[in-house]
Ligand binder design. Structure first.
Ligand SMILES: [Zn+2]
Length: 382
């Protein structure tokens, strides 16, 4: 459980929908009608608002709502010059186009941070976000950070990165050092929890999206199972020797639009070996969506740490009732143990511009339902 000591603490996964005035401000800045300095004030105000709304909704562990990030992945290129944001459409080839068509993937909305130089932490990635947020709330602030495996398979492109790192594995050392240095800075900044976002591990349930990415970036992987091994290795290299701060991994299966028909689906049994190999203290898992499968695999393969249990479907506009969340948590408690559970939504609410999934009003109503459920659960289990 989190440090407060009570059962069923509530948290978030990261992003919250951004207010319309912030989107307008970003657009105005892009066409030169709003200064960078003024836009920074907009961002500051949006973060303060996101914190206050989470407090009002009763969330125990807050995030800054990722209000300053284009997306959970792309923001790396906004902060570190070793990466450049490149539209996926510009990297496309025939093989990648075939996979995209098969998944009904809207390539036009995807941009990846591609490695275009030796990876070095020349600026903070996330630590400043946490530092700012902590000045505006007394509650614990968690820090979502892109995970090393998801970053690597999105960022190593043979044509653009090969000059600096001839093969993906040549980038392992620098990439994990970048993230480890960031984690140490987050510890310094007072983050309550560092969450490595790894949707690419979630996509092990079926390899369509991964095959598309690998084709897009010119990877030569004979056996995609090799990626399973790499994923846990990269996480463990990233967290090696880091102590004194809670670390976790968030696994999900995609979050770019509300239509779920083409998202990957399947349970954690597809990646259980990697999960059990990860040297982290909390797993943040989707479970509100039926696409995430059942708890069964964890009956046979117990996870010894905390479980950030997804109890809110971030893609459905319907607000869950506290009672149905309670029922979901009670089922999970039988498998994981009530003392290990943290309640959170399945994923972030997606602050990315082209793909808001649910409205801000709905997102906060859902967080409130999560709080009400936690209260009920504490009454039942007191
Ligand atoms: Zn997610």
């Amino acid at each position: 459980m989190t440090d407060g000591g009570s059962l069923f603490p509530t948290s978030v996964v990261g992003s919250l929908p951004r207010p319309e005035w912030l989107m307008d401000g970003i657009a105005a800045n892009e066409r030169g009608a709003l200064s960078d300095e003024r836009l920074r004030e907009y961002y500051d105000e949006a973060v303060v608002l996101a914190l206050k709304q989470q407090e009002t909704a009763g969330v125990d562990e807050l995030s800054d709502g990722e209000q300053r990030r284009f997306s959970f992945l792309a923001f790396v290129a906004e902060r570190i010059p070793s990466f450049r944001l490149v539209p996926a459409a510009r990297l496309m080839n025939k093989e990648a186009a075939g996979y995209a068509e098969d998944m009904n993937l809207h390539v036009g909305i995807i941009s990846n941070p591609v490695i275009v130089g030796q990876i070095r932490r020349t600026a903070p990635l996330v630590a400043e976000e946490v530092g700012f947020a902590r000045k505006h709330t007394d509650r614990p602030v968690m820090a979502p950070v892109i995970g090393p495996f998801t970053l690597l398979i999105n960022s190593w492109n043979r044509r653009m990165s090969g000059r600096y790192y001839p093969a993906p594995e040549d980038a392992f050392g620098d990439l994990t050092r970048l993230l480890r240095e960031e984690i140490l800075a987050l510890k310094e900044a007072g983050a309550s929890f560092v969450q490595l976002d790894e949707p690419a591990i979630g996509n092990f349930v079926d390899f369509r999206y991964t095959r598309w990415l690998l084709a897009l970036n010119g990877w030569k992987v004979g056996d995609v199972q090799e990626l399973h091994r790499i994923s846990a290795e990269l996480i463990n290299r990233t967290v090696k020797g880091v102590g004194g701060i809670k670390l976790g991994v968030h696994i999900c299966r995609g979050n770019w639009k509300s239509d779920e028909a083409h998202y990957s689906r399947g349970g954690y049994e597809h990646m259980i070996d990697e999960i059990l190999a990860m040297k982290v203290q909390r797993l943040v898992l989707e479970y509100a969506t039926k696409r995430a499968g059942s708890f069964d695999v964890f009956r046979e393969h117990p996870w010894p740490g905390e479980i950030g249990l997804g109890v809110i479907d971030v893609k459905s506009p319907r607000v869950e009732t506290p009672r149905e969340i309670v029922a979901r948590v009670e089922r999970a408690a039988k498998v994981f143990g009530e003392e290990r559970l943290v309640l959170n939504p399945d994923c972030g609410f997606s602050s990315g511009r082209p793909w808001p999934v649910v409205s801000r009003r709905t997102a906060f109503a859902k967080l409130k339902a999560q709080t009400e459920a936690a209260k009920l659960l504490r009454q039942i289990h007191s």
